[in-house]
Design a protein around this ligand. Structure first.
Ligand SMILES: C[S@@+](CC[C@H](N)C(=O)[O-])C[C@H]1O[C@@H](n2cnc3c(N)ncnc32)[C@H](O)[C@@H]1O
Length: 336
């Protein structure tokens, strides 16, 4: 038996202190400013419009949290915050943190209500029938969400582009593609692959800009439609990243059946997100992601590799396997 300890409890219980300090720093673009010029306290206080009462504690908290350095009274980004939180760099990954600050942080304040009622707590309130229609009603929110998805998925997308045996296949469609980073990374790493991104029509222009920025417009195209209404485009490989967890069990089964119908014989289905470990004891990120789906959607939930392989087998896939990607993410592969 382990000794009772308070520090682990307090670290988690007050974890929002650290979280909100970082989210506010991203909101006021502190890391972008410091990437332009490392600055001393009075200068950065003035440039960011901070109150003198807050500035020193705020910046030194970030130093103690190892998100900034301070040398001779001058504040600098760390190598990590410089790479990932400077908005002017292509490696900027703060979109997910901007969304966490604006949307998820206030929504999680209603976790207890979601636990008791099972109802979502996002913009549309507990009677929200359609998460994406509400989210996409505001063009800025649409763009912010799609950028946030690229931020959270980029590492896993690159791992899939490297790790999957692409040499065996010629075409791939990424279903619910958002900005398109998965199909972009697959096409960049595998020049023989013809790629498609499938998503709701309003996503098209944002996808096409991203594909063009990566120089792939001649090889990666957008297909528009709703995956509940239209058949999915046919391809050797169908991919769904962070899609199944948005929907209830019946909708998950429908999407898997549609993927099966769209995959050419011998082709593959890749499902990828923070797949929960089968024993449901280790992947805390995947389990909290499922609570996030409770808050954000009417019926969504995350699931284990065994769950997903079972649904794939029911849909007709002959072989299935789970492969780790990066951090909490894994992919479940089904072969038709
Ligand atoms: C959580 S995001 C996942 C984005 C991306 N696959 C990733 O992993 O980063 C869900 C995506 O599903 C798309 N989507 C939602 N409902 C859809 C529908 N009915 N038909 C097609 N795409 C849909 C959304 O527009 C969004 O791009």
């Amino acid at each position: 038996m382990e000794e009772p300890r308070i520090d682990h409890i307090m670290q988690i219980g007050l974890g929002f202190w650290a979280s909100k300090t970082l989210l506010s720093a991203v909101e006021i673009e502190l890391f972008t400013e410091l990437a332009k010029h490392p600055e001393d306290l009075p200068t950065i206080t003035g440039r960011l419009g901070l109150h003198p009462r807050s500035a020193r504690d705020f910046l030194d908290t970030l130093v103690a949290l190892k998100l900034l350095d301070r040398r001779d009274g001058v504040y600098y980004n760390t190598p990590s915050t410089d790479r990932f939180l400077d908005k002017r760099k292509p490696s900027y990954t703060g979109g997910i943190l901007e969304m966490a600050n604006r949307r998820l942080y206030p929504h999680w304040n209603n976790l207890t209500a979601a636990l008791r009622t099972g109802l979502p707590q996002g913009e549309g309130g507990p009677s929200e029938p359609d998460t994406f229609a509400t989210l996409y009603a505001d063009p800025e929110r649409l763009k912010g969400f799609l950028r946030a998805m690229t931020g959270i998925s980029h590492g896993g997308n690159q791992a899939i582009a490297r790790q999957f045996p692409w040499a065996q296949y010629k075409s791939a469609v990424d279903v619910g593609t958002a900005q398109g980073d998965l199909i972009v990374q697959v096409a960049l790493a595998n020049p023989h692959i013809a790629g498609m991104g499938f998503d709701l029509p309003e996503v098209g222009p944002i996808f096409e800009d991203y594909v063009a920025a990566n120089g792939l417009s001649s090889r990666v195209e957008f297909r528009s439609g709703s995956f509940f209404d239209a058949p999915l485009p046919e391809a050797d490989v169908v991919m769904m990243g962070h899609i199944l967890h948005d929907w209830d069990l019946e909708q998950k089964r429908l999407l898997i059946a549609k993927a099966y119908a769209a995959i050419k014989p011998g082709g593959a289905f890749i499902v990828y997100e923070s797949i929960i470990d089968d024993d449901r004891k280790e992947n805390a990120f995947g389990l909290m992601m499922s609570l996030n789906m409770l808050i954000e959607t009417p019926g969504g939930f995350d699931y284990s590799g065994a769950d997903c392989m079972g649904w794939m087998k029911e849909a007709g896939f002959s072989e299935t396997r789970v492969e780790d990607l990066v951090g909490p993410d894994s992919m479940v592969i089904g072969i038709k």
